[in-house]
Design a protein around this ligand. Structure first.
Ligand code: PML
Length: 264
């Protein structure tokens, strides 16, 4: 099967407004046209503003597409998260961050990370997302080093997870739940791809100032966290990785950016 990748990005005065991408079977030409116009529509009607520049790229995909199910969605009913029978109410940034913190700390324990290092890693993660201004995700090694800046100027402003699409089954499932948004679909797809590529945990808040829901993702699931930041604040993504030498890190970055995935 031959696929085409459609990528849209829109900006105003060089500032990113929106972006999206789809993977489509090539034999359905009218399908490609339809999705192309949907993407343009999305660019023109985005909540972030009206673009002065829209780029639409249509490209044949030569690599084999990996199809995987999404990671489990942990449904925090009434915005109460539970870890080891303890409940966390996601009512404000401090409480929500305690939940995110404990999720990460539990995961790091599985990798024998001691308390002091764990605290350092979590603090660093929040500092990075709170500072904002990244073009993609930062990569932090569980030994405490920051890998995206350490080794390659090209990814200095973070790694962008690209070449990813979601199957209608996933979209339907999410869209049926009135608590979720379009952002949720994309976020679950990204998290599923990065976990499949061996990332230990992802921490994310939106770069949209008014969207305060974020998440922690691990192989155990997509833990949606309400109020992970205050309204008006910026956001970002952090990937925690374990034990990567330079070669493995290069491969990981290449896969995160280029390996095509379809999430169902
Ligand atoms: C959600 O679960 O609703 C998505 C949270 C993260 C959104 C990140 C973004 O799209 O900016």
């Amino acid at each position: 099967k031959v696929y085409y990748s459609l990528k849209m990005r829109a900006s105003n005065e060089k500032k990113h407004i929106s972006g999206a991408e789809r993977l489509l079977r090539a034999e359905k030409a009218e399908g490609i046209e339809k999705v192309a116009s949907e993407l343009i529509h999305r660019a023109l009607t985005h909540e972030n503003g009206i673009p002065d520049f829209i780029n639409l790229k249509v490209e044949k995909v030569c690599q084999k597409i990996k199809k995987i199910p999404h990671i489990p969605i942990v449904y925090n009913k009434d915005n109460i998260g539970t870890i080891n029978n303890k409940n966390y109410e996601m009512t404000c940034k401090d409480n929500s961050r305690r939940y995110a913190h404990d999720l990460l700390k539990n995961k790091f324990k599985e990798f024998d990370i001691n308390d002091v290092l764990s605290e350092f890693l979590i603090k660093l993660g929040f500092e990075i997302i709170d500072e904002g201004g990244m073009r993609g995700a930062a990569i932090i090694s569980l030994d405490g080093s920051r890998l995206d800046i350490a080794f390659n100027e090209e990814v200095e402003k973070g790694v962008r997870v690209k070449n990813i699409d979601t199957d209608d089954r996933l979209k339907d499932k999410i869209n049926k739940n009135e608590l979720y948004t379009d952002r949720t679909v994309d976020a679950i797809a990204i998290a599923s791809k990065v976990i499949d590529l061996g990332i230990v945990a992802e921490l994310c808040t939106s770069d949209n100032p008014s969207y305060t829901t974020g998440y922690v993702a691990t192989e155990d699931g997509y833990f949606r966290v309400k109020n992970l930041k205050d309204s008006g604040e910026t956001g970002g993504r952090v990937f925690y990785v374990y034990n990567l030498n330079e070669q493995l890190l290069k491969e990981l970055i290449d896969n995160l950016e280029n390996k095509p995935y379809l999430i169902y």
